[in-house]
Design a protein around this ligand. Structure first.
Ligand code: G3H
Length: 256
């Protein structure tokens, strides 16, 4: 973060840290919505933060999305830190293959000489299928990992964009709109007040399990996501380290 000191971005991050009540906010220069290369800076900073927090034997839950995928090229094995397991934070295949959680955990594990666990399930299970899945050994195994997760790396999506990307049914789209969903993180949809208004019915890490994690790395950029960020940060656990870009950080600061 020292690199950005000159531009006042460190101070901006510190101010947001206090206002949002988060452990740490790191701001990289630029606007992701104008310039996709900002994602590289974002990934580098987020990977550095993650590598500082990771310790022996830890379990790391990872969500999908471009922002989380941006860490991959900057991850590397860390001396004396072994037996790290990356686990897909959700069973659903809600993203294109190259940026879904199942793919990312495999890539992250390869980069760090670590292990990984995947869970391939349909994105929207029927109530009946969901109940049946809960007793499947491959599902109970992954749920045990969620319960002992030490760290979560996740993106924050705008509810509308995520619903479209996930081919959400017309019925669910109507429900989301009616309930005022603004943001999405780990399969939960939140309204502007940060209340959960909907959850994708697939196996995934629960909010209570996220809250128990020692470290949470949230990665999201671009001013188009500012409403979503403000909504999610109403409920974000205090131990969250948030990595964002200048455009989003400035827009958030104006709204607080
Ligand atoms: O949960 C939110 C989404 O994963 C964000 O995806 O980083 O591609 O915008 P994105």
């Amino acid at each position: 973060a020292l690199v950005y000191e000159w531009s006042g971005l460190t101070q901006l991050g510190k101010a947001l840290e206090q206002q949002l009540g988060l452990q740490h906010v790191l701001v990289v220069p630029g606007d992701y919505n104008d310039d996709e290369t900002v994602l590289t800076l974002l990934g580098k900073e987020a990977a550095q933060q993650f590598l500082l927090t990771i310790a022996n034997e830890q379990v790391v839950a990872v969500t999908g999305g471009k922002s989380v995928a941006s860490l991959a090229q900057f991850l590397q094995p860390v001396d004396h830190q072994q037996n790290i397991t990356f686990v897909a934070a959700r069973g659903g295949i809600g993203h294109e293959m190259h940026m879904q959680a199942n793919t990312l955990v495999a890539t992250f594990a390869m980069q760090m000489d670590a292990q990984h666990r995947t869970l391939f399930l349909p994105e929207h299970l029927s109530e009946q299928a969901y109940q049946a899945m809960l007793t499947e050994p491959m599902v109970t195994e992954i749920m045990a990992y969620y319960d002992r997760a030490d760290c979560v790396i996740h993106g924050i999506g705008s509810a509308e964009e995520m619903a479209i990307r996930r081919n959400t049914s017309a019925e669910d789209l109507r429900i989301l709109e009616e309930k005022g969903a603004v943001s999405e993180a780990f399969g939960y949809y939140f309204n502007a007040e940060g209340q959960i208004v909907h959850r994708i019915r697939t196996i995934g890490i629960q909010l209570e399990q996220v809250e128990k994690c020692k470290h949470i790395i949230a990665v999201a950029a671009g001013k188009q996501k500012v409403n979503a960020m403000l909504s999610y940060f109403k409920v974000a656990p205090k131990q969250t380290i948030f990595i964002t870009d200048e455009a989003a950080a400035k827009a958030i600061a104006e709204r607080l």
